[in-house]
Design a protein around this ligand. Structure first.
Ligand SMILES: Nc1ncnc2c1ncn2[C@@H]1O[C@H](COP(=O)(O)OP(=O)(O)OP(=O)(O)O)[C@@H](O)[C@H]1O
Length: 254
C-alpha cells in the first residue's frame, strides 16, 4: 500500500499539487486520472522520489519516503517496476536482453537464471519465441508487452504505469490493461496507473482518484464513476462522444 498525505508541489511560485491525500491499495489497479496539465506526472514523480515534495509525505507500506536512508531508497527502487508511455526499450538489445536488464542491474542472478526468469515472464505476457528479435522487428503492441515483462521481471512490490496504452489500438490496449490487472492480482502488487483513457478506467479502475486544480476532486471505483453527479468528473468522462451515448442509453434504461 502507498499512502500520500498532504502532498504539495509547485514550481517557480506556482502551486501544482495543493495538498493531495490518496491511498493506493495492494493487489489492486489504482488509477490517477485528470485532464492534461492537471499534475498527474508531477504526482507520480513525487511518489517515485524524482521530485522533492514541498510539503506532505509518501508512505510505502508504513515507511516514509522522506525519512529513508539512501541505501533503503535504493533498495526500494529495486522493488519498483515502471512502464512508461513510450515503451523505451533499448533498441540495440534483443527482446530477451531487454527483459533481463533489471535482473542484471538489481540482482546477483546468474545468466542462466536470468534467462530462465525472462522466459517465464515472456510466456506470461504471451510472447514466447520472440526472445532473439530486436525491438524494431516486433509490433507496437508486442513492444508494450516486452516493456511490461521488463517492468515485472524482478517481481516488484510496486508497479507504476504512465499512460501504458498510448499509441495502441483499442483491442491491443485492452489486452495490455488486462495483463497489467492479472499480474497485479497474481503477485499482489500495489499498481498505480496514470491514464486519460476512459476505456482503461472502465476496464481496470479498481480505485480511481480524479485530479483537478491540484486537488483530488473525486475518488471512487469504475463502478461508481458513471453514477456520480460530480460535475468535474462528468465533464471529464463525457467529453468523449462514445461515453455521452453510453450515458443517454443508461438514462433511457437501455
Ligand atoms: N519540472 C517542471 N518545472 C516546472 N513546471 C513543471 C515541471 N513539471 C511539470 N510542470 C508543470 O506542472 C503542470 C502539470 O504537469 P503534468 O505533466 O504533471 O500534467 P499531466 O496531468 O501529467 O498532463 P498530461 O496528461 O498532459 O501528461 C504543468 O503546468 C507543467 O508545466
Amino acid at each position: 500500500m502507498i499512502e500520500v498525505k498532504g502532498l504539495k508541489k509547485g514550481f517557480n511560485g506556482e502551486e501544482i499539487l495543493k495538498g493531495i491525500d490518496a491511498t493506493f491499495l495492494k493487489g489492486k489497479t489504482n488509477m490517477i486520472i485528470g485532464a492534461s496539465g492537471s499534475g498527474k506526472s508531477v504526482f507520480l514523480k513525487n511518489m517515485l522520489g524524482l521530485f522533492e515534495p514541498d510539503a506532505g509525505e509518501i508512505i510505502y507500506d508504513g515507511e516514509r519516503l522522506g525519512e529513508m536512508e539512501i541505501e533503503r531508497k535504493s533498495d526500494l527502487r529495486k522493488e519498483m517496476g515502471m512502464l512508461f508511455q513510450h515503451s523505451a526499450l533499448f533498441d540495440s538489445m534483443t527482446v530477451e536482453e531487454n527483459v533481463m536488464f533489471p535482473l542484471r542491474m538489481f540482482t546477483k542472478m546468474k545468466k542462466n537464471e536470468r534467462q530462465e526468469r525472462a522466459n517465464e515472464i515472456l510466456e506470461r505476457v504471451n510472447l514466447p519465441g520472440l526472445n532473439k528479435k530486436m525491438p524494431s522487428e516486433i509490433s507496437g503492441g508486442q513492444q508494450k508487452r516486452v516493456a511490461l515483462a521488463r517492468a515485472v521481471v524482478n517481481y516488484p512490490r510496486y508497479l507504476f504505469c504512465d499512460e501504458p496504452n498510448s499509441g495502441l489500438d483499442p483491442k491491443t490496449a485492452t489486452i495490455i490493461d488486462n495483463l497489467i490487472q492479472e499480474i497485479t492480482h497474481e503477485r499482489d502488487i500495489t499498481t498505480v496507473i496514470i491514464s486519460h483513457d476512459m476505456n482503461s478506467v472502465m476496464e481496470i479502475g479498481e480505485t480511481i482518484v480524479f485530479l483537478k486544480d491540484g486537488l483530488i476532486a473525486w475518488e471512487g471505483t469504475n463502478k461508481e464513476i458513471f453514477k456520480t453527479d460530480n460535475k468535474a468528473v462528468t465533464d471529464f468522462v463525457y467529453s468523449s462522444e462514445l461515453f455521452k451515448k453510453v450515458r443517454v442509453a443508461q438514462n433511457e434504461g437501455l
